[in-house]
Design a protein around this ligand. Structure first.
Ligand SMILES: Nc1ncnc2c1ncn2[C@@H]1O[C@H](COP(=O)(O)OP(=O)(O)OP(=O)(O)O)[C@@H](O)[C@H]1O
Length: 525
C-alpha cells in the first residue's frame, strides 16, 4: 500500500504548466503552453529565435507575470510572483544575459543573491568547494569584470546550485563555452540528474540536446508544436520541427586569388600589457586578413580574445599606431569611430549594453553606431536627424535579417537574444564594410538564422571585404573560414588553411601544444 502511494507520488510531475499565456502589446509571446517535467528529467525547450522560450521560463522563475494559465508544483497550483518565490519553491535559474556586478568579486556577487547574512569568507569557501565538486572550478576572489563570459557563467551556475534547487533552468548555457567547457557542464548536469534534480534546458545546439535531454518541447511562434524524445530524432528533424521547414546549409566556395589580394586588416607586433591582474597580455601578434577571405580565430575562452578584439576595434588604443592597419592606414591610435571611418565594422561579444543600448529603440541604436560613418545620409544640415531615413534603414536591416519583434521599432532590450544579435550583425553588414571583425557572431542564434549570418559573412568576404571572426564554436569556424588561427595565452598561431586544418590539430593548439606535438593538454587556461 505504502509502495503504491509512493509510486503514485512519483508519478506527479515536479512541474506542470497548463495553458500558460503571455501577451506583449499585440504579440502573444506564449500562447496556451502545456508542459510537464518529471523529477530527475532533463527537458529541452526548443524553438527558433523569438519562439517564446525565454518568456516562458521567466514566468516560471517569477520575473514575468502570466496573462493566464496555471503552474503546478508537485501537483499543487502555485503563483510565482517573484524570483524570491521561485527560489523558495526550489526553482533556480541561470540566465542568458548575466546579472553580475562587474566591480565585485564572484563571492560578493553570490553573497548579494543569497542574502542570508553569512560572512563573505564562508560563502567563498562554500562556492569554491561546490564549484570543484561539480567540476566547474571557480576562484571566488576574482573580480567579475576580469572574467571571460564562460567564467561568469560558472558563477551564475554555482550561485544557482548554492540555493539547492529541485528544478534548474538553464537558458542557452553552452553558447559561450568551448567544447571542453561544454563537456564539463554536461558532466555536471548528468550528475545533478543522478541526484534526482530536474533540468529545463534551452539550447539551439541540437546535437547536445540529443546527447543530454530525455524529452523536448518544441515551440513555434509562441505555441507548442510538439513534444518528442530528442534521442529518437536527428538534428535536422529537430530543426525542421522548430523552423517549420528545412534549414539551408552554408555554402562556401573556395576563395579565388586571395594570396595576391590586398591586405585590408594588418596586425603587426601587437602587444598589450594586462590592464588588470586578471586580464591576458597580448604578445607580438601578427596577422594579415586579405580582401576576399574569412579568417577564423579559435581559442578557449579567456585566452586573450576579448583583449584582441578591444585592440583591433579601438575600444583600447595602442601606443604604436602601426600595430593595427586598416586599408593600409595606421589605425592603432584611432578611436572606434576613427577606425569605422576607415571602413571597418565591429560586432562585440556582448550584445546588450555593449553591442546595443538596451533602453533605446532599434532605429536609435542604428543612429548611435553609424552617425559618423553615415552622417551624409542620416544627418541633415546643422546636424538635424533625418528620422525617416534612419527608420527606413532600420526596417531594411530588420527585413534582411528577419528580425522578429513585438512592435515596429522596439527597444533593443525587448528583442529576444537571438533576434537582437541578428539586428546587430545586420546593422554592420548593411554598411558593406571593407573590414568586418566579429566576436561570437551567432551566440544564441537559432540554426536557421545562424546559417543566414554565416552565409552573409562569407558573401561579404567574397564581395571583396576582409572578414575576421572570433568564435568559440569550432563547427562554425570550420564552416565559414578560409584559414583558422588559434589564440592561446595571448599569442596567435599562424593561420592554418582550412584544407590543412582538422578538429584535432586546432584542439591541440587551443590547449597550447606546439604544432606537431601529440600530447592532449586540452584543459582550459
Ligand atoms: N519585455 C518585452 N516586451 C515586448 N516584447 C517582448 C518582451 N520580451 C520578449 N518580447 C517578445 O516576445 C517574443 C518572444 O521572445 P523570447 O525572448 O521569449 O524568445 P526566445 O524563444 O527566448 O528567443 P531566443 O532564442 O532568441 O532567445 C519576441 O518576439 C520578443 O520580441
Amino acid at each position: 500500500m505504502g509502495g503504491n502511494v509512493a509510486a503514485q507520488h512519483d508519478a506527479v510531475p515536479l512541474l506542470g504548466v497548463r495553458g500558460l499565456t503571455k501577451i506583449f502589446g499585440s504579440l502573444t509571446a506564449c500562447d496556451h503552453i502545456d508542459l510537464t517535467i518529471a523529477k530527475g528529467e532533463v527537458h529541452a525547450l526548443l524553438g527558433e529565435n523569438g519562439a517564446g522560450k525565454s518568456t516562458l521560463v521567466k514566468m516560471l522563475f517569477g520575473s514575468l507575470e502570466p496573462h493566464s494559465g496555471d503552474i503546478l508544483w508537485n501537483g499543487e497550483p502555485v503563483r510565482i510572483t517573484s524570483p524570491g518565490v521561485a527560489k523558495t519553491l526550489g526553482i533556480g535559474m541561470v540566465f542568458q544575459h548575466f546579472s553580475l556586478f562587474e566591480a565585485l568579486t564572484a563571492a560578493e556577487n553570490i553573497a548579494l543573491s543569497l542574502d542570508d547574512g553569512s560572512p563573505i569568507s564562508t560563502i567563498a569557501a562554500k562556492a569554491r568547494a561546490l564549484s570543484y565538486s561539480y567540476g566547474l572550478p571557480l576562484d571566488p576572489d576574482s573580480l567579475v569584470g576580469d572574467l571571460s563570459v564562460g567564467e561568469r557563467q560558472r558563477i551564475e551556475i554555482i550561485r544557482c546550485l548554492l540555493q539547492t534547487p529541485q528544478l534548474i533552468i538553464l537558458d542557452e548555457p553552452t553558447s559561450v563555452l568551448t567544447p571542453q567547457e561544454a563537456n564539463r557542464l554536461f558532466e555536471t548536469l548528468e550528475r545533478l540528474r543522478s541526484e534526482g534534480k530536474s533540468i529545463l534546458y534551452i539550447s539551439h545546439r541540437l546535437e547536445e540536446v540529443k546527447r543530454l535531454c530525455d524529452r523536448a518541447t518544441v515551440l513555434r511562434h509562441g505555441k507548442v508544436v510538439g513534444h518528442c524524445n530528442p534521442r529518437e530524432e536527428t538534428a535536422s528533424s529537430l530543426a525542421r520541427m522548430m523552423v517549420g521547414n528545412e534549414v539551408k546549409a552554408v555554402v562556401r566556395e573556395p576563395a579565388e586569388g586571395v594570396e595576391t589580394a590586398a591586405v585590408l586588416l594588418e596586425i603587426r607586433k601587437l602587444s598589450r600589457k594586462p590592464a588588470t591582474p586578471f586580464s591576458v597580455p597580448l604578445k607580438d601578434i601578427d596577422l594579415d586578413v586579405r580582401a576576399g577571405e574569412v579568417i577564423g580565430i579559435a581559442g578557449v575562452a579567456g585566452n586573450g580574445q576579448g583583449e584582441f578584439f578591444e585592440a583591433i576595434s579601438g575600444e583600447v588604443q595602442q601606443p604604436d599606431a602601426a600595430s593595427v592597419r586598416i586599408r593600409g592606414k595606421d589605425a592603432g591610435k584611432l578611436s572606434i569611430t576613427g577606425r569605422r571611418l576607415l571602413g571597418a565594422a565591429f560586432v562585440p561579444e556582448e550584445r546588450l549594453g555593449h553591442g546595443a543600448a538596451p533602453g533605446m529603440k532599434l532605429s536609435e541604436n542604428l543612429l548611435l553606431s553609424r552617425h559618423a560613418t553615415d552622417a551624409r545620409s542620416f544627418l541633415g544640415s546643422g546636424g538635424t536627424i533625418k528620422s525617416a531615413v534612419i527608420s527606413g534603414a532600420a526596417q531594411r536591416i530588420i527585413q534582411a535579417m528577419d528580425v522578429r519583434k513585438s512592435a515596429p521599432d522596439p527597444e533593443a532590450a525587448s528583442l529576444s537574444g537571438g533576434n537582437l544579435q541578428k539586428f546587430i550583425v545586420g546593422r554592420e553588414l548593411d554598411r558593406k564594410p571593407t573590414v568586418m571583425v566579429v566576436n561570437q557572431p551567432t551566440w544564441g542564434v537559432d540554426a536557421g538564422a545562424a546559417a543566414h549570418i554565416r552565409q552573409a559573412l562569407i558573401e561579404l568576404a567574397r564581395s571583396g571585404s576582409a572578414v575576421l571572426v572570433i568564435s568559440q564554436d569550432l563547427d562554425e569556424l570550420f564552416e565559414i573560414s578560409d584559414a583558422i588561427a588559434v589564440m592561446h595565452h595571448g599569442q596567435l598561431s599562424k593561420p592554418l588553411p582550412i584544407a590543412e586544418a582538422d578538429f584535432e590539430t586546432i584542439g591541440l593548439l587551443m590547449g597550447g601544444a606546439e604544432p606537431g606535438r601529440t600530447e592532449h593538454p586540452l584543459e582550459p587556461a
